[in-house]
Ligand binder design. Structure first.
Ligand code: ATP
Ligand code: MG
Length: 297
């Protein structure tokens, strides 16, 4: 094991990895853990240091131009996806980052297979791509509300097949393995909030005028399907967490702690990729030398 793997091994965030091939019980995964920071200021400073490191690593990722990094965020409503993305990527060169949000599919998107719309948004080599929701919605919200399948116009009998959901999960595993082989590292974060914490956050959105815009009655209705969502998440995460493209169940009742954990997992992965600035060959070095001479004259 090289030193890069060691960086990965020592990260605290590793505790929250979903073990490949194992059953997952979300009720046993914490939504709240001891804080990684002493006070607000300390949290901000730690995050700023980690973001600065991300920024350095992103620069090498960009320069070496061989790999890309894809971060996938999934969660129940009000779990803090948007805030996590904003804070964890703040300070990273916007030219090297692409954020895509996936909502209810359009008519054009429904006319394609379920991996099409996200494929169009995959990060180019050298970039970091962020998916705010993703093709996982197809085994989460669609599994909880299978009536959405009608609009997908799948072949006769496909939806009725006993292994329909297993087939979708297999498509996702295969897709991610393909991307990995071709240079895309994928990290997946499920922001795990408790049922009670979600209730508090919804109430907060109702009670504070500057947060009213975030409140959506539909989210409260969706909350009624909590147990179904947990079951769908358990099946999806257990079936698709792999060595190469792992899932993290991030305790998210404390937003600042969650952001530190995500940032740590991302940096540990970037460190583990053994990135380096490209080495110049002799010819190129000679060119640089000649250019220096011209500039000096
Ligand atoms: P925010 O509320 O913070 O703006 P959001 O991601 O919740 O972010 P919304 O517009 O509120 O955005 O919700 C998007 C909705 O689209 C979610 O309820 C999600 O489950 C749903 N959705 C996403 N992908 C699909 C899909 N493939 N099929 C059906 N519904 C989907
Ligand atoms: Mg929403």
């Amino acid at each position: 094991m090289g030193c890069h793997d060691a960086a990965m091994k020592n990260s605290y965030a590793r505790r929250f990895l979903v073990r490949p091939g194992r059953k997952l019980k979300l009720a046993r995964c914490p939504t709240d853990v001891p804080k990684l920071y002493r006070n607000e200021k300390d949290a901000e400073e730690q995050l700023a240091r980690q973001v600065a490191r991300t920024s350095e690593l992103q620069d090498v990722l960009y320069a070496s131009d061989r790999h890309s990094l894809l971060l996938i965020f999934q969660a129940m409503d009000a779990a803090g996806k948007d805030g996590a993305i904003k804070h964890v990527l703040s300070g990273v060169n916007p030219l090297g980052c692409q954020v895509s949000s996936f909502k209810q599919p359009s008519a054009e998107e429904l006319d394609h297979d379920f991996l099409w719309r996200t494929t169009l948004r995959l990060p180019e080599r050298g970039r970091i791509g962020i998916f705010n929701r993703s093709y996982y919605e197809e085994v989460l919200v669609v599994r909880v509300h299978p009536q959405y399948l009608a609009a997908q116009r799948l072949p006769e009998g496909a939806v009725e097949a006993r292994d329909f959901w297993e087939g979708r999960l297999r498509s996702i595993r295969d897709h991610e393995a393909h991307l990995h082989r071709n240079g895309t590292r994928i990290l997946k974060f499920f922001l795990h909030v408790s049922h009670e914490e979600q209730r508090k956050r919804f109430l907060d959105r109702i009670d504070h005028p500057d947060k009213n815009w975030k409140f959506n009655l539909g989210d409260v209705e969706e909350r009624g399907y909590w147990d179904d969502y947990m079951r769908a998440y358990e099946q999806a995460l257990a079936a698709t967490s792999t060595q190469d493209s792992p899932w993290y169940v991030i305790p998210a009742d404390d937003k600042k702690n969650a952001r530190l954990l995500i940032s740590q997992a991302m940096n540990a992965t970037l460190e583990s990729m053994g990135l380096a600035y490209p080495k110049l060959d002799r010819k190129r070095l000679a060119e640089l030398k000649a250019a220096r001479k011209l500039l000096a004259d």
